[in-house]
Design a protein around this ligand. Sequence first.
Ligand SMILES: [Zn+2]
Length: 211
Amino acid sequence: MTTKIEKQITAYEVVRPENKKEESNVAHIAPLLERDDVLEGSTYKIKTPHSEHALYITINDVVINIGKPDEHRRPFEIFINSKNMEHFMWIVALTRVISAIFRKGGDVTFLVEELKAVFDPLGGYYKKGGKYMPSMVAEIGEVIQQHLVTIGMMEGQLSTPELEAKRREAKDKLGDDAIAKGNMCDKCGAMAVVRLDNCNTCLECGDSKCG
Ligand SMILES: [Zn+2]
């Protein structure tokens, strides 16, 4: 439609057609998990030589399909607290991203591998008992692994009696220095392979090659 303008134009305004709501076009990839008011969780303490104060890692779970045969727990959110503010910014970023992945549902075990593969360019460190940690991020990955194993979402043998016996044996027979200089394991990638009773034994995953 055209309109003849008879007066002098002093100002103008573009009139936009009202936006139609296009809700039907919004693709919901996966429904987010819903949060109950009270969640059960676990808090893990880690102390690293890279930070003066301990980190406290809390992972809260939700129970899915309550009362059904496939009822199970899965992680919903993660919080990391420390008195140390030095790492505050990336820790907040990491917890938000991890929590978002937890809430999307589906498989979250890949997080463990991704985090455990992070190497600190300034060097890793050895935990008590001679377990090598390539970075603080890797240790956070290990805590998540420990949690997923505990709630049955992931297979793992973080602390079988056999593995603990091997670690004790290595400590007694070889000493801390030898454990700290462990070689890389072909199977799990940890710097934890030592020579024990004529076998190359990984103190992280228990893999052993004799001869
Ligand atoms: Zn291994």
